[in-house]
Design a protein around this ligand. Structure first.
Ligand code: ATP
Length: 317
């Protein structure tokens, strides 16, 4: 069964497109990593999934319901850890959990949740106004877990967590998935997503630039070499687009980097660059998943061969 399905989902603010023609499917029980740099459109997508914003165009179905017109039903079966969790400073963690349990008409034991997220039981009796960022984040995770939701939406859940908190988060995500819940894990940090997610989608400038199983992404990276060429003049972004076997291109001033799947692709990239300008030097290196993320999220994206996406960027990150 499908947990999330968006079709041509678009949200504009004036001329700005926060989300632009998003086609995304997340299956039930999947742990899906939703990646992208700041401003890519991740939080807006989450708002659309839960009916907090109305799409400008397109449609969004969550847990079999129209997320815009049946938002109440969707939210009742979803646990959300929002970015920037709003707290009632004078209330305790237990108070927050109790009110979430009541709102969801659930029968969870607040103390069990406190223990599960690793909050100190004494801290859980203190007003949350005194909490550190990590303690707040643990509470926010606890609130999201109330009622054993069918879908967990976690927006930057590792933010503020220490290493033991991050480990606990990963264990909870795995346990929730084993229980049958779908987990939608949004982050701008690849390292936090790659350790728990089955599949990742990468957003840039409101568009989904790639979606794949992590293992397949890794396998494609294993077979890929990055060619880094220093050229006389910065080429046009599409100078090396459309070459078979080239899946990611970044341009940073006079340095062009291209992920090449074959030796022919490497030679073709250098030939094309020599046609457009003059190659002064070049090097090759085995790429990391981090490099792939960088390539996909650099500033400008153009269509590549075979439906793949070649990315031409401005500043390297
Ligand atoms: N209400 C709004 N009015 C105008 N522009 C907006 C509005 N909300 C979002 N945007 C723009 O839409 C784009 C996507 O924003 P969004 O918050 O969804 O990104 P994000 O991927 O969640 O970023 P971050 O990782 O920083 O939270 C940004 O360029 C943002 O400036």
């Amino acid at each position: 069964m499908t947990a999330i399905e968006t079709t041509a989902l678009t949200k504009r603010h004036g001329d700005a497109r926060a989300v632009d023609g998003l086609d995304l499917t997340v299956e039930s029980g999947e742990v899906f990593g939703f990646l992208g740099p700041n401003g890519a459109g991740k939080s807006t997508t989450i708002d659309l999934l839960l009916g907090f914003q109305r799409p400008t165009a397109g449609s969004v179905t969550v847990l079999g319901r129209d997320a815009t017109d049946e938002a109440r039903e969707v939210r009742a079966r979803t646990g959300l850890l929002p970015e920037g969790y709003d707290l009632y400073e004078n209330l305790t963690a237990r108070d927050h959990l109790r009110s979430a349990i009541e709102a969801k008409d659930a029968d969870d034991d607040p103390d069990a949740i406190v223990e599960r997220v690793g909050l100190d039981p004494d801290d859980a009796r203190r007003a949350v106004g005194e909490y550190s960022k990590g303690m707040t984040q643990r509470l926010a995770l606890g609130v999201a877990l109330v009622g054993d939701p069918d879908l967990l939406i976690l927006d930057e859940p590792s933010s503020g967590l220490d290493p033991s908190g991050a480990k606990r988060l990963r264990e909870i995500v795995r346990t929730e998935a084993e229980r049958g819940a779908t987990v939608f894990f949004s982050s701008h940090v690849l390292g936090q997503v790659e350790r728990v997610c089955d599949r990742v989608g990468i957003m840039a400038d409101g568009e989904l630039v790639t979606v794949d199983a992590l293992d397949d992404l890794r396998a494609s990276m294993d077979a890929t070499t990055v060619v880094e060429a220093t050229v006389d003049a910065s080429p046009e972004p599409d100078a090396v687009a459309g070459i078979e076997g080239v899946s990611g291109v970044t341009v940073d001033g006079r340095v062009v980097r291209a992920a090449c799947a074959t030796d022919d692709a490497k030679v073709a990239v250098l030939d094309r660059l020599n046609d457009a300008t003059t190659v002064r030097d070049f090097d090759t290196e085995a790429p990391s998943l981090e490099a792939l993320f960088e390539a996909y999220t650099s500033e400008r994206a153009v269509d590549g061969p075979d439906g793949s996406v070649a990315v031409a960027g401005g500043e390297s990150r």
